[in-house]
Write a protein that binds this ligand. Structure first.
Ligand SMILES: Nc1ncnc2c1ncn2[C@@H]1O[C@H](COP(=O)(O)OP(=O)(O)OP(=O)(O)O)[C@@H](O)[C@H]1O
Ligand SMILES: [Mg+2]
Length: 286
């Protein structure tokens, strides 16, 4: 399968107009962290570009997911946001083609401090990511489940947002509020922000309910829903337990290969979208 690449990349030149992609939805457990981790690794593998994953959730699940013990970290994204550490001091190199800007529980306290910033409470992360675009081809931001100031920082820093939802439980709960919020961010904070796609996660095609939920989402959100769905796969949870991305975890589970293929296909969909964006600087609207 081929990926639509920007002309510069086709000519073999290195493109370092890094793209920032937030993963956000106002719903706990929808698959934000799983998406950032596994899509980020898939994009790194496909493009060969350096990829940075940023943990913006005080739960620090992405940090834990990648096997980093946040309790041993002296500094995290929290210090970087407030200029008390440089990103370089805090970024952890990972063996899977991705680097991590980790979070710790102290990020919860950052929310309060950000809210007290009278000048630009939502723009701190953008100040961090802007210079990093020269070094990373893709920067993924894992947002917390609330549409609070940390998520607003993620959306303000981003060019694109991926909105995952559980295809099997309470349907697309949270997606509509999130899309509304994205619309407001576009209007007031970040006019360049666009929805890269809505991702159906934990889909089980054997269940009628899941198929109904997916169909309803496609009817409601049209082509904004990624063609790729990520199915329910126990190995994605096993990989978390081993502190590794799924692509670097061996599992005999029958759904494992399908999950890896799904992240590959999703990476291709996303890169096609990004390729348009890098292509001529005019692909602002789909
Ligand atoms: N496709 C999938 N198949 C099986 N398990 C999954 C799948 N996607 C996510 N999970 C599991 O569901 C749980 C929630 O996923 P994840 O942590 O990615 O959600 P989240 O949206 O980041 O949650 P939070 O809002 O708490 O940050 C995790 O245990 C994860 O391993
Ligand atoms: Mg999470």
């Amino acid at each position: 399968m081929s990926v639509a690449l920007a002309p510069r990349e086709r000519r073999g030149e290195v493109s370092r107009v890094g793209m920032v992609i937030a993963v956000a939805v106002r719903k706990g457990g929808a698959g934000k962290t799983t998406t950032v981790c596994n899509l980020g690794v898939a994009v790194a593998r496909r493009t060969g570009e350096p990829v940075l994953l940023i943990d913006m959730d005080p739960q620090a699940n992405l940090t834990k997911h990648l096997g980093v013990d946040w309790r041993r970290l002296e500094k995290t994204v929290n210090q970087v946001l407030f200029g008390d550490a440089s990103a370089d001091e805090v970024i952890v190199a990972m063996p899977w083609g991705v680097d991590l800007l980790p979070a710790g529980i102290d990020l919860a306290a950052a929310e309060k401090v950000l809210l007290g910033d009278p000048i630009d409470p939502n723009g701190r992360l953008r100040e961090v990511t802007e210079p990093l675009r020269e070094r990373y081809g893709y920067i993924f931001i894992d947002c917390p489940p609330a549409l609070g100031v940390l998520t607003l920082n993620g959306l303000t820093a981003a060019d694109r947002v991926v909105v995952p939802f559980e295809a099997n439980a309470l349907g697309a709960e949270g997606v509509i509020e999130t899309l509304n919020m994205i619309g407001r961010v576009k209007k007031h904070l970040n006019p360049g922000l666009r929805v890269a796609g809505i991702l159906a996660n934990r889909f089980d095609g054997r269940l009628g309910l899941d198929r109904e939920v997916l169909e309803a989402a496609r009817e409601r959100f049209g082509s904004q829903v990624f063609r790729t769905v990520v199915r329910e796969a126990v190995s994605l949870q096993e990989a978390v337990g081993h502190g590794r991305p799924a692509a670097h975890y061996r599992s005999r589970n029958p759904g494992h290969r399908a999950a890896l293929d799904a992240y590959d296909a999703l990476a291709e969909e996303l890169l096609t979208e990004c390729g348009r964006w890098v292509d001529d600087g005019q692909g602002a609207e789909r």
